[in-house]
Design a protein around this ligand. Sequence first.
Ligand SMILES: Cc1ncc(COP(=O)(O)O)c(C=O)c1O
Length: 411
Amino acid sequence: MYWEKLSHDEITAHIDSALEQNMNYKTKKILGVPASYLDEEQFYDDAPFLEDSPFMKTLIANPNHIGCHTLNEDSEPFFKGTQKIEIELIKLCAEEILGGDKDAQDGYVASGGTEANIQAQWIYRNYFIKECGAKMDEIAVVYSEDSHYSMPKGANILNIPSVVLKVDDDSRMILQSDLEQKISGAKQNGIKYFILIMNMSTTMFGSVDDIIRISDYFEENEINYKLHVDGAFGGFIYPFTNEESSYTFKNNRISSFTLDGHKMLQTPYGTGIFIIRKGFMEYALTEEASYVQGKDYTMCGSRSGANAISIWMILKTHGSDGLKVKMRNLSDKAKSLCKKLKKLEIELYHNSHINIIAIRGKYISPQLAKKYALVPDTHNSNPNWYKIVIMDHVKQGVLDNFMIDLKSSLQ
Ligand SMILES: Cc1ncc(COP(=O)(O)O)c(C=O)c1O
């Protein structure tokens, strides 16, 4: 994994040049496009700070990145300049962060992890229908009970059933016995095609599914499946903290990934990323999108090009070496907190490559949870777990104070 860090001036110059290649609503004769620059009463484009703020400048220029640009050189010509940056961004994520071959992946910047996860399910559902003649009730989505709720949401929207796998309460790993029993049961109920979702970190625990063991089961039993990785939480930390990871495109069982800039990268909301091996995006083609040049292959349709710019800017601001240091610092800080918690014999879950620590609910009083804004696994009754997520805003002083309060609440 390597890409260079750029200075703020280099980033600004690159984005200025991209914006110049875009159509400019102010200077060109544009009659047919049902969009414009942003309303000038609030979003005036002569504010002095804009000169030095490429993201804000792009937001105000308002480029629409509708469609999938890695797929189609002839997509909407109006915003060519900033679309090129999105193509560069997808390539960087797919090839440098996820180890993909050169020019072997497609992708786009989605509204978030939810959309990217549903996009994957949509593509594989259509793939099984088109290529295998599958009926809707012969396709199921398979995921662990710790998976994000975008999995059942997607299955519900796409009208296909879910197979939810139980995990061990301590290790958070999928139970082999439950996997075997549920998949055999699904097959007996007529399911022939499986959309398998593996977590490159779950939301609540930071657990990473045992992808080799689970996919071995599908391979050994010659089950027809496609594998999507939900890296919405871990996608911008795990590849930087674990060089031995099986969660890359080098693992040919994986077809696609979700990443999310608006978690670990601290980009604005609206910066999910969907990446898939070439040859699959076409299954999400909406032929009827005839007014869109290059057609549409995404769930969302119109989307702001400024979101892609923001992710590209952050990746280039740090460079791969800078992000490695940043992400390792976060996971080291989590490890150090775990050590202190374990000294107090507190039961917890922590994956050493991830910045989440889940603490069993019985150790956390409601007052402590409220004071430190800890997030519970459920808001309904007595939570089983509370999580701490070590991010940039989590300063050592706050963690030290949390430990003092925790100790005294336990006495
Ligand atoms: C593992 C995982 N997947 C998917 C999502 C959904 O992401 P978003 O809220 O960006 O749609 C989240 C959000 O927390 C997540 O943690």
